[in-house]
Write a protein that binds this ligand. Structure first.
Ligand code: GLN
Length: 187
């Protein structure tokens, strides 16, 4: 199984080491030629969504990746990655890929409470959740499954081939969310 991790900015290295520790062949996607060979899944890491969005366009990666996601490539997005997938952003900012039927609020926890850790359920399983200047899902469409709610806010969702979390499983020793993604790829 080969998984490409978008490596333009943000915490892509943590995703790569996590995937490697699970025995998966993970590689960095930095330029168009990196996606010329077949791969089975895509990770969109945390970081700064506005910067990633700009670089995706500048590097010519935007359309090819959007097409792969629309064609069903399994994708796992954390935090800023979730913002990249969202069909709409609460602040009226233009969406990036817009492939997931969710409305996301960026930096939704305010400056003071911007970062915290908790344990809450992901798909029914208690899971460690570090939030870092995180977004949450304000609205999820009918075809979106809600996998986690923390403090009455939706923080993990799945829509067919797309899995997104507002928190950072790549920064924990907890493999629950990754295992869900790997199962999605195997199916
Ligand atoms: N605040 C960032 C954004 O809006 C996301 C933060 C993160 O990925 N940890 O893009």
């Amino acid at each position: 199984m080969r998984i490409g991790v978008l490596a333009l900015q943000g915490d892509f290295a943590e995703h790569i080491s996590k995937l490697s520790s699970l025995g998966i062949d993970a590689f960095e996607i930095r330029k168009l030629s990196d996606i010329s060979n077949r791969f089975d899944g895509l990770v969109l890491p945390g970081g700064e969504s506005t910067v990633m969005k700009k670089l995706l366009h500048d590097l010519g990666l935007f359309n090819p990746l959007k097409n792969l996601i629309s064609d069903g490539l399994p994708v796992f997005a954390t935090c800023a990655g979730m913002i990249l997938l969202a069909k709409s952003l609460e602040d009226g900012e233009a969406p990036c890929f817009g492939t997931m039927d969710i409305t996301v609020k960026r930096n939704a926890y305010g400056r003071q409470l911007g970062s915290f850790r908790c344990v809450d359920k992901f798909n029914g399983i208690p899971t460690e959740m570090p939030f870092i200047r995180a977004p949450y899902v304000k609205k999820a469409g009918k075809s979106v499954d809600v996998l986690s709610v923390h403090d009455n806010r939706i923080v993990a969702v799945r829509q067919q081939n797309q899995l997104a979390a507002a928190f950072h499983p790549e920064l924990t020793a907890d493999d629950t969310v990754y295992n869900t993604f790997i199962e999605m790829i195997k199916k």
